[in-house]
Write a protein that binds this ligand. Structure first.
Ligand SMILES: [Fe+2]
Ligand SMILES: [Fe+2]
Length: 182
């Protein structure tokens, strides 16, 4: 990804990665599925939190009917977070996990589609390229403070941000984004 990525391209790329991870969880089992699911939890936590802190406030203020559009999207996000928290406590190989996971997958796919169609598609009409690039930088700051794939040797505080129960990952990500944005 280039440095001049705009926020629409960046969010759509994250949606693509989310769709791929949803497929990978469904297609694998055992340790592999566990790993893909953890990657999915981290990416969703960072992605949705960045949208709530940076992207939705912009949409609410700038696009026509933004208030209602954002309200609907946030409701979808809350329901996905609830499902994610419940899944997080389950054995990833249990039948109940797959039933709930399919529910999550359906919700998340519909949510991403609605964002692209009703929200992101309007951004280029209401903001110039430099504004879209600034928003992208803020979303990237979220990725930096809460890496979706922590590597060995990364700073412990940063690494710890991405582990633990879903709700606490989301809380810590939000705090980190707010701090990063000053
Ligand atoms: Fe979202
Ligand atoms: Fe999204």
């Amino acid at each position: 990804m280039t440095q001049r990525t705009d926020v629409v391209e960046l969010l759509k790329a994250q949606h693509t990665r989310i769709r791929d991870l949803l497929d990978e969880v469904a297609a694998t089992s055992g340790e592999e599925r566990k790993q893909h699911f953890q990657d999915l939890v981290r990416l969703l936590a960072v992605h949705e939190t960045a949208e709530e802190e940076v992207v939705h406030p912009f949409a609410r203020k700038n696009i026509e009917g933004g208030e209602q559009i954002v309200k609907d999207r946030i409701q979808e996000e809350e329901s996905a977070k609830g499902l994610l928290s419940r899944l997080d406590d389950m054995d990833t190989d249990s039948p109940e996990f797959m039933t709930r996971f399919e529910e999550l997958r359906t919700n998340v796919l519909a949510h991403a589609e609605a964002e692209e169609k009703y929200e992101f598609a309007r951004f280029r009409q209401v903001a110039d390229q430099s504004k879209l690039e600034n928003l992208a930088r803020a979303v990237k700051a979220a990725e930096t403070v809460a890496p979706t794939r922590p590597h060995p040797g990364t700073d412990t505080a940063v690494k710890n941000l991405a582990v633990g129960p879903v709700a606490s990952v989301i809380d810590r990500t939000r705090d980190a984004i707010r701090k990063a944005m000053g």
